[in-house]
Write a protein that binds this ligand. Structure first.
Ligand SMILES: O=C(O)CCC(=O)C(=O)O
Ligand SMILES: [Fe+2]
Length: 318
């Protein structure tokens, strides 16, 4: 397999240049408007016996010595894990329908992922309700090792990625090597492995400092076979990318979360600004700083659920 075709996304000053480019290029988008949806989220779209996890490794196992959170061991926070059967086939089918329809809102860019729709919780009440469901959050929190709420910033909270082959002379749709701005990220691949070829989800089995885009010996391919299979990652500390799709179509729903018991967050102004442009990022950034200061109790209350506690994560059943 030729692995050296995946470019590395800009870092450092390159991000500042991209932020300026995004600012100048930005075309006004239509105001968000919810889809008319037939389906309403129900907790029985979650598999009754909880998801099955494979290929899991903690931040400690990835090689990190220091935990992002005070008093939480690096070995109790998940660095990467493959999640099977989180949602029932019916739940996956509903998501496929919604995400397919939301492609009309997608924009193309030369950002990390070339074709995607962002901020989808504002466009789909189903996805919004799923993300705010206590049962859904509890299942994802158990995978992560820490209690989670939806990421406070709307744009960075959810996106749908679309990949299909482009004519050879055009830029292929792919996910460049990158780390995410957010920490807790669930990448749900809604297409089955038989729907496309190429499009492998690669990640570097090590720390950010040990990443070398040309050293494929440390790269692994996440085994995502069935529609709805997901890779959970500590996104800001794991290099990952998606290889170009060679045939068929690949669609994924990427959800970001935050641990409300800590105020720390990895997102950087320039990461967001390289995506949204500088003027839109300034108010969003201020709101994010403000939201991160809220107590965990308030963050759970704002989404209308009782707090998920560390204690609860130790028991496998709710
Ligand atoms: O589409 C995927 O499977 C993951 C893409 C990704 O890494 C991202 O959207 O940040
Ligand atoms: Fe990513």
């Amino acid at each position: 397999m030729n692995l050296d075709t995946l470019p590395l996304f800009e870092r450092g000053i390159g991000r500042v240049k991209l932020a300026l480019k995004s600012t100048l290029k930005r075309t006004p988008r239509p105001a968000p408007m919810c889809l008319t949806e037939q389906s309403v989220w129900r907790d029985d779209f979650l598999c009754q016996h909880g998801p099955t996890i494979s290929d899991t490794r903690t931040l400690g196992e990835l090689g990190y010595g220091q935990s992002p959170h005070a008093n939480i061991a690096v070995d109790s926070i998940t660095g990467a894990a493959v999640v099977h059967r989180l949602l029932t086939p019916e739940g996956v089918a509903v998501l496929q329908g919604i995400c397919t329809r939301l492609e009309e809102r997608a924009g193309d860019s030369d950002w990390i992922i070339s074709r995607r729709t962002r901020g989808v919780t504002a466009l789909s009440s189903f996805i919004n309700d799923m993300m705010c469901s206590r049962s859904f959050l509890l299942a994802v929190s158990r995978v992560a090792g820490v209690p989670l709420v939806p990421y406070p910033m709307l744009n960075a909270r959810s996106q749908i990625n679309y990949f299909y082959p482009k004519p050879a002379e055009q830029q292929q749709q792919l996910g460049m090597w990158h780390t995410d701005g957010t920490n807790y990220v669930l990448n749900i691949v809604l297409s089955g492995a038989s729907d496309y070829s190429g499009g492998e989800f690669l990640f570097h089995n090590g720390t950010v400092d040990s990443f070398d885009a040309l050293d494929y010996r440390t790269f692994e391919t996440a085994q995502l076979a069935d529609p709805g299979d997901a890779l959970f990652i500590y996104g800001s500390r794991l290099f990952h990318g998606v290889r170009p799709v060679l045939s068929g179509r690949r669609m994924s729903l990427v959800l970001s979360f935050h641990c409300p018991y800590f105020t720390d967050d990895s997102n950087r102004f320039w990461h967001l600004a390289s995506d949204d442009g500088i003027p839109a990022t300034i108010p969003n950034w201020l709101k994010l700083r403000w939201a991160l200061q809220r107590s965990a109790t308030r963050q759970f209350a704002r989404i209308g659920i009782a707090p998920i506690t560390f204690e609860e994560l130790r028991h496998t059943k709710a």
